[in-house]
Write a protein that binds this ligand. Structure first.
Ligand SMILES: Cc1ncc(C[n+]2csc(CCOP(=O)(O)OP(=O)(O)O)c2C)c(N)n1
Ligand SMILES: [Mg+2]
Length: 354
């Protein structure tokens, strides 16, 4: 069976020391390798959709068709796909600016996401929000936010609302390793634990905050331990392995749904592209990126497992690739054909305080 190749002190993704999972407190969760199931094929398709979508977005940016900021998620796909598979359509998701993958995983229309990137009226925010500001009440996706860490209290508020309204819904609140050093994150942890809110805090530890590595910025680099002083259980997960992510997600979501309060999941992952489109990436070597792409890519890993378990053959995988490319091509065409928002849109959806 294709094993993850994790090494001691690995600068890249995977869990530290090659452990499948490290956790604080006693979760009683089994540490065995996750079972391979038929759903893996669906996860593969979704990860591939995110990868191809973002590659296309990168090209459109290069052609000058996307303006403003654009932060690609390439390399981190297993995190959102695995976690989305662990929740239901009634549960909520909120994240920051590296958000295209989250939106696609939530089931938002690739055409609407791409058209928002190109600033067209067919976009989710009618072309007025761009990459970092898209929302879908229908899919319970609450953004898309540009100020680092600021959406963590918002996610906590969403979880408070779910509890207050007596629903059984859970909120996934994603943030980065850089955001994990923000004070408001810990105020959120405190309230979430104090009031037993149904929230899974997900740190996407891709090793860098812009050009600053975790080891350069953080006194405690084991980010899953950051909830300890609030008695929030944490777990470190191989965020390059979609099955490991799904399994940790199932455990965390059940914990919240059973009324036990928040959980902190640290997803060890890696972004292949620069922080945003204008990043010269001088803070890491090409060799580091190449090694992780070659040894730990989440899509290649899923592919190998699928072939080994004979869930599909090469031809069936090629067909999935073709279908995904078609969806992305259609989204890119829509994003270029959709008209720009008219002048009347200048005064809609804008909050003016006098
Ligand atoms: C309050 C605030 N400070 C600084 C920035 C500029 N900034 C944008 S992203 C970023 C790095 C955040 O890194 P991380 O949380 O690890 O997320 P990643 O980009 O790796 O997904 C910074 C400093 C900002 N947007 N907001
Ligand atoms: Mg980061």
């Amino acid at each position: 069976m294709a094993q993850r190749r994790l090494k001691n002190g690995d600068a890249g993704a995977g869990t530290a020391n090659g452990a499948r999972a490290k956790r604080t407190g006693s979760s009683g969760r089994s540490k065995k390798s996750p079972a391979i199931s038929g759903e893996l094929l669906d996860y593969y398709r979704q990860m591939l959709l995110i990868r191809r979508f973002e590659e296309r977005a990168g090209q459109l940016y290069g052609m000058g068709l996307i303006g403003g900021f654009c932060h690609l998620y390439i390399g981190q796909e297993a995190v959102v796909v695995g976690l989305q598979a662990a929740i239901t359509a009634d549960d909520c998701v909120i994240t920051g600016y590296r958000d295209h993958g989250h939106m696609l995983a939530c089931g938002m229309d690739p055409r609407g996401v791409m058209a928002e990137l190109t600033g067209r009226s067919g976009g989710y925010s009618k072309g007025k929000g761009g990459s970092m500001h898209m929302f879908s009440r229908e899919k319970n996706f609450y953004g898309g936010h540009g100020i680092v860490g600021a959406w963590v209290p918002l996610g906590t508020g969403l979880a408070f609302a779910e509890k207050y309204n007596g629903t059984n819904n859970v909120v996934l609140t994603y943030f980065g390793d850089g955001a994990a050093n923000q004070g408001q994150v810990y105020e959120s942890f405190n309230m979430a634990e104090l009031w037993s809110l149904p929230i899974v805090f997900v740190v996407e530890n891709n090793q860098y905050a812009m050009g600053t590595s975790v080891t350069r910025s953080s006194a405690q680099t084991e980010l899953y331990r950051r909830g300890e002083s609030f008695t929030i259980q944490g777990e470190q997960v191989d965020g390059m392995d979609v099955l490991a992510v799904k399994e940790a997600g199932d455990w965390a979501v059940k914990h919240c749904r059973d009324g036990n309060g928040p959980i902190l999941l640290e997803m060890k992952t890696y972004r292949y592209r620069g922080h945003s489109m204008s990043d010269p990436a001088k803070y890491r070597s090409r060799e580091e990126v190449r090694r992780i792409r070659e040894e730990q890519d989440p899509i290649d890993h899923a592919r190998a497992l699928i072939l080994e378990a004979r869930l599909a053959d090469e031809d069936a995988l090629k067909e999935i690739d073709r279908e995904v490319r078609e969806v992305v091509a259609e989204a890119a065409a829509f994003a270029q054909e959709s008209p720009e928002p008219g002048p009347s849109e200048l005064h809609t959806d804008v909050l003016i305080e006098v």
